[in-house]
Unconditional design. Structure first.
Length: 75
């Protein structure tokens, strides 16, 4: 099984450590200025999004980074 992870913050790192025990894991993190692994992600069985969802001034979650992650995913 091949799993892609977008975002390597607290949640992404823990998810990677847990999944790579029994799966091949491909990662991408915008803050690390890595090249986006579009081809590798297109061959993944699953993609996990672990990006920031900071609070807005009204207290709701800002989903800007989630939307950006989904826009980059292969079809």
């Amino acid at each position: 099984r091949k799993i892609g992870i977008i975002g390597l913050g607290h949640v992404g790192r823990i998810t990677k450590a847990a999944l790579e025990v029994k799966s091949e894991v491909v990662t991408y993190d915008f803050d690390r200025h890595d090249e986006y692994p579009f081809t590798a992600f297109s061959h993944c069985d699953y993609l996990v999004v672990c990006v920031n969802t900071p609070s807005t001034p009204t207290g709701s979650a800002d989903s800007t980074q989630i939307n950006a992650a989904f826009e980059q995913m292969p079809p």
